[in-house]
Design a protein around this ligand. Structure first.
Ligand code: HEM
Length: 250
């Protein structure tokens, strides 16, 4: 396939850099030098959330076609993206509490808990627990982008459907002859689960490091204490149970 080189396309125009680089708008007065970092880590995370959702859609489309190999490839990319989103938080660990205090009031009631894309990722991945639904409803009606995923099967539903289609069971993935492609896929999903939990853990620690354990969030929660409870939420309970069952019966 020959490569088209349309006239007038340049690096800045292709990437819409003028628009992109004009979107960092600190609100502190006078502008606090650390607010730019705070905004950029959030904006960059939202960009990654966008492509993570895109990748999740590709995972689901592959599973719906019972294409385990392709699903495995997409989950591998998903896992690479989760590692990047988590590692970005490290730069905010170097935001000293006294600096954040100087511009925190300018955030008003804005909070990461209003991130529609984050909630959409959680919904697409499979959270349905009352705790999650309560968090969803805390900021008004559930956004359409999230509702769409709540009405669809979870990742675990899709995986179990594929396992059944292949005439096997979760238990067989671990005790049968292998390792099979389905085993690698199940393990890749566990890596996704762990990657997500790592983001949550790193975020709780960041929050505690910057605003302390007992400080409430700008979004109205108990802050780090609330966030710590979310770390144990699971997308693939059946994969975790399968391990326990092996040891109980063995
Ligand atoms: C200094 C840095 C940060 C602090 C102090 C902070 C603080 C908080 C707090 C206290 C909450 C609980 C909700 C509330 O009451 O506001 C929260 C939730 C959240 N934050 Fe952050 N955050 C920081 C950085 C980030 C970054 C970089 C992201 C990336 C997008 C992020 C995304 C989220 C999300 C998605 C939630 C909802 C989590 C859930 O409910 O499970 N936060 N944050």
């Amino acid at each position: 396939m020959s490569e088209a080189t349309p006239d007038g396309v340049s690096y800045p125009s292709y990437l819409a850099l003028d628009e992109l680089l004009s979107l960092q708008r600190p609100r502190s007065q006078p502008v606090h030098p650390d607010e730019l970092l705070f905004i950029i880590v959030h904006q960059a995370s939202e960009l990654w959330f966008k492509v993570i959702l895109h990748e999740l859609d590709a995972v689901v489309a592959s599973l719906a076609k019972f294409d385990a190999q392709r699903a495995l490839w997409h989950v591998g990319r998903l896992n690479a993206m989760m590692r990047i989103v988590s590692s970005q938080l490290s730069s905010l660990e170097l935001l000293p509490p006294q600096h954040f205090l100087q511009f925190r009031s300018f955030l008003g009631t804005s909070s990461g808990s209003q991130s529609v894309q984050f909630r959409a990722i959680e919904a697409a991945s499979g959270l349905r627990e009352p705790h999650f639904i309560a968090a969803l409803e805390a900021h008004g009606p559930v956004p359409e982008q999230v509702k769409k995923y709540l009405d669809q099967p979870t990742l675990q539903d899709h995986l179990l459907g594929l396992i059944e289609h292949e005439g096997t069971s979760v238990k067989q993935l671990y005790v049968g002859p292998g390792p099979t492609t389905l085993f690698f896929l199940a393990e890749a999903f566990l890596e996704y689960e762990q990657g997500f939990a790592e983001w949550r853990f790193k975020h709780v620690q960041l929050v505690e490091r910057v605003i302390g354990l007992g400080t409430g969030g700008t979004g109205g929660t108990l802050g780090a204490r609330y966030l710590a409870k979310t770390v144990s939420q699971r997308f693939f309970p059946k994969l975790w149970e399968a391990r326990g069952e092996m040891f109980v019966s063995g």
